[in-house]
Design a protein around this ligand. Structure first.
Ligand code: FAD
Ligand code: UDP
Length: 381
């Protein structure tokens, strides 16, 4: 059925063959067209662009994030300015809470979380830090996600806010996950209520799909949806290079074995209510099979009598969403990485969250794509 749906590809000799129409694929095609006048053929196996950032309007006209909530933030103004050419922005004041024993607490852990949880008042951050110092469990070496939280916040916070959420999300005990997994989440001794530390927190006014659509408008860019790379690779020979943004193990036909990924099932529910919950995301570390409930309307700021909520159920099979940062997979990826390096000599480049098997945010993959473009520009001048 999929093969039937592949439309005839017009440009069989593109300068770049790009596999995947996610952020990385779109940025490379845009830069190539604008700066070097190179043509690109983007092949995408799904029936839409924008990769996991894809959003769409549901039956009630509400914008939903099909592959989980995407909270855009930028570490670097340069990347923000680049992306800003393709969209108008609205503010992205993301607020997340965690439901523990029937009460909602600010996430990331901040001074308000600590006061509410320990039923104490702290006059300033030093007083709170002193109190937390009495709870910390000293570790000689911090090797994993459990040690990381125990050594920073003590056992009670670990058990109530982190342990079971992590087990649910990853299907792996925090003891067997690299400390960077939980280390992503800030720990604060101030009252900053926002989910992320970055000051540049914005949402594309008309959504992510529209943003990436605007990026690939140039007529030097051809996009072929419903088109897995594997089906066309024999027929297309790019003049300059191939950029691959899919999973490495698939590319190499599982030569060294399968990389593990964590996936999610999303269940969407629409209610005739202006708002369903008090903030965009509520985490459930200890109750339910789902990890979190997301009401994206809080950040898309749409006006409607209706609102949609999504429930996330983690699973190990399915679309690859999260690379797993444990010993087994890191070791396996290193082996694939050696093959990837060799392919550069054959003008095949791997980039993005899947291809580099790294837990990267949108601003980080966009930066990586811009860097790869620079490299290509210099190499194939
Ligand atoms: P992707 O977006 O994964 O795009 C790759 C594309 O390649 C896909 O469309 C895929 O179908 C296609 N493809 C793969 N293999 C083939 C093939 N063989 N043939 C043809 N096409 C192929 N980032 C943030 O900054 N903030 C957030 O809040 C945030 N939340 C997230 C929540 C979830 C649940 C997930 C999964 C990710 C989140 N991210 C977030 C990360 C963000 O989605 C990624 O950084 C970004 O999408 C990576 O872009 P990419 O182009 O590397 O890959
Ligand atoms: N985490 C947790 N409890 C929470 C939030 C996060 O234990 O309430 C842990 C969990 O292991 C999670 C990781 O911290 O996978 C990173 O959290 P983040 O919210 O950044 O996850 P993402 O939004 O990327 O899924």
């Amino acid at each position: 059925y999929l093969i039937m749906k592949i439309k005839k590809i017009k440009n069989k000799k593109p300068d770049l063959l790009i596999v995947g129409a996610g952020p990385v694929g779109c940025v490379l095609a845009e830069r190539a067209a604008k700066v070097k006048k190179w043509s690109s053929l983007i092949v995408e196996k799904r029936n839409h662009i924008a990769g996991n950032c894809y959003d769409e309007l549901n039956k009630k006209g509400l914008r939903i994030h099909k592959y989980g909530p995407h909270y855009m933030r930028f570490k670097k103004r340069r990347i923000f300015n680049y992306v800003g050419q393709f969209t108008k922005w609205i503010k992205g004041n993301y607020i997340v809470k965690s439901s523990v024993k029937g009460e909602l607490y600010p996430i990331p852990i901040n001074l308000n979380t600590l006061e509410k949880f320990f039923k104490k008042k702290f006059k300033d951050k030093n007083q709170a830090k002193k109190f937390i110092d009495t709870l910390k469990i000293k570790k000689k070496k911090i090797n994993n996600s459990e040690d990381f939280i125990l050594s920073k916040l003590g056992r009670e916070i670990y058990e109530n806010f982190y342990k079971n959420y992590t087990i649910k999300q990853w299907g792996i005990h925090p003891k067997r996950l690299n400390k960077s997994v939980v280390g992503r989440l800030p720990i604060r001794f101030n009252r900053d209520p926002y989910y992320v530390n970055q000051k540049l927190k914005v949402m594309p006014k008309n959504g992510y799909t529209q943003l990436f659509q605007n990026m690939i408008k140039d007529n030097r860019i051809e996009i072929s949806l419903n088109t897995p790379y594997e089906k066309i690779k024999k027929d297309i020979t790019p003049n300059i290079a191939t950029i691959y943004t899919g999973p490495p193990d698939v590319f190499f036909n599982f030569k060294y074995g399968k990389l593990d990924w964590r996936s999610l099932d999303f269940k969407f529910k629409t209610l005739k209510k202006n708002k369903i919950q008090e903030c965009v995301q509520i985490n459930f570390p200890n109750d339910h099979k789902f990890t979190r409930k997301v009401e994206i309307k809080h950040v898309t700021k749409q006006k409607s009598k209706f609102s949609t909520i999504s429930y996330e159920f983690p699973k190990s099979k399915g679309d690859p969403y999260y690379p797993i940062n444990n010993k087994k997979n890191v070791t396996l990826f290193k082996k694939y990485k050696r093959l990837i390096k060799k392919l550069e000599k054959k003008n095949i480049f791997f980039e993005g969250r899947l291809a580099s098997y790294r837990y990267l945010n949108m601003d980080e993959v966009i930066e990586a794509a811009l860097n790869l473009f620079k490299k290509l520009k210099n190499k194939y001048n």
